[in-house]
Design a protein around this ligand. Structure first.
Ligand SMILES: *Cc1c(COP(=O)(O)O)cnc(C)c1O
Length: 362
């Protein structure tokens, strides 16, 4: 298929802005008159240092990161943060509160148990992670080292519509919603996000950490998994994921052209509302998440029949609407409408849903 014939609804790695790919492609053999690709140059070169510094500055501006916080570009995916967070923040004999609202927070919670005490502050498992517990339902620990939650549950299609209130530093996995909504970074002790949903190719993980939280890691913490190591060396203790950082810089330029994070927030809401409105007015489709907990990034839905779900995904694929099959652990269907998903993609999806419904009456 030609790129022009395809809309990609993959949950991750996901669609990147066309202009970002085109621009990176144009520079792939010779970056800015260096005679080298960004993939080939020393991470200590002035060419790369400029890419690194400007990407960091653009991210700082886009999210309004205060000077109390440091931005790190790490590797190991969002999943390595499931270990890094407790190793660095739990302390000896510490307790952390975990909100369990999906697959990734479950994995993170289990990982944290290896390093300290975990209190389950809330869990939505009783209803197959179709909702987000409200503030009043959170069971908080006095003196907890941190409160952990996952802002957008990529697999189940739910999102927190509030910032939890707690005395402990907030730690948040924002992998699948970063740069799609405004966030008051000063409220957080640590934010992390894998790049491959809303930012760049897989390979870089953004960590935004309140510097006061670093330097208290458990003695067993590997050197490479210490936030302090990476803060002291500005993410370059070893070779950073250069290419991904470079592409992230381009994505941030593109984001600025969309009105920045605030502009994106309005656009993403409009895109998601188109699909949810259609689902709510349809007899065939049913959204999986409770309406008040719906994610604008990952829309999970069903036709009411597993075989028909499979037929939907297959037929959609034949029509250029790619990767609409739900995650293997959740089933059903899922349309990911990340920042780079164009409005035309959403319109094409709704049109296809309409046609499919007409051909498969309830
Ligand atoms: C994709 C995702 C992860 C896992 O990311 P990796 O980079 O593959 O480790 C973790 N959390 C959330 C919310 C995600 O969407």
């Amino acid at each position: 298929m030609k790129r022009e014939e395809v809309f990609n609804f993959s949950a991750g790695p996901s669609v990147l802005p066309y202009d970002v790919l085109a621009s990176a492609g144009a520079e792939i053999l010779n970056y800015n008159g260096s005679g080298m690709s960004v993939m080939e140059m020393s991470h200590r070169s002035s060419f790369f240092q400029e890419i690194f510094d400007s990407t960091k500055a653009k991210l700082k501006a886009a999210l309004g990161v205060p000077d109390t916080h440091e931005i790190l570009f790490l590797q190991g995916g969002a999943s390595l943060q499931f270990s890094m967070v407790p190793l660095n923040l739990m302390g000896e004999d510490g307790t952390a509160d975990y909100a369990v609202t999906g697959n990734f927070s479950t994995v993170a919670m289990k990982e944290a148990k290896k390093y300290g005490h975990v209190n389950i502050a809330c869990s939505s498992e009783d209803e197959n992670h179709t909702y987000i517990p409200q503030q009043e339902a959170l069971k908080l620990t006095n003196g907890a080292k941190y409160f952990y939650y996952c802002a957008n549950n990529t697999i189940y299609g739910t999102a927190w519509n509030y910032v939890p209130r707690t005395d402990a530093p907030l730690v948040c996995d924002m992998s699948s919603e970063i740069l799609s909504r405004r966030v008051d970074v000063s409220k957080y002790g640590l934010i992390f996000a894998g790049a491959q949903k809303n930012m760049a190719p897989a390979g870089v993980t953004v960590v935004i950490i309140d510097k006061r939280l670093a330097g208290h890691e458990l003695p067993i913490t590997p050197l490479m998994l210490s936030y302090k190591t990476m803060i002291d060396k500005d993410s370059m203790y070893n070779t950073p994921p250069c290419w991904c950082i470079y592409v992230l810089g381009k994505t941030l330029d593109w984001l600025k052209g969309q009105g920045g994070v605030a502009g994106m927030e309005a656009i993403k809401h409009e895109k998601a509302a188109m699909v949810y409105d259609f689902i709510d007015n349809s007899k065939r489709y049913k959204g999986c998440a409770r309406p008040e907990a719906r994610s604008d990034m990952n829309i999970t839905f069903r036709t009411g029949d597993a075989d028909l779900d499979a037929a939907f995904a297959k037929e959609a694929q034949a029509n250029g609407l790619m990767n609409l099959k739900g995650h293997r652990s959740a089933g059903g269907l899922r349309a990911s409408l990340y920042n780079a998903q164009p409005m035309e993609g959403v319109q094409a999806l709704v049109k296809f849903m309409e046609k499919f419904e007409a051909e498969h009456h309830v």
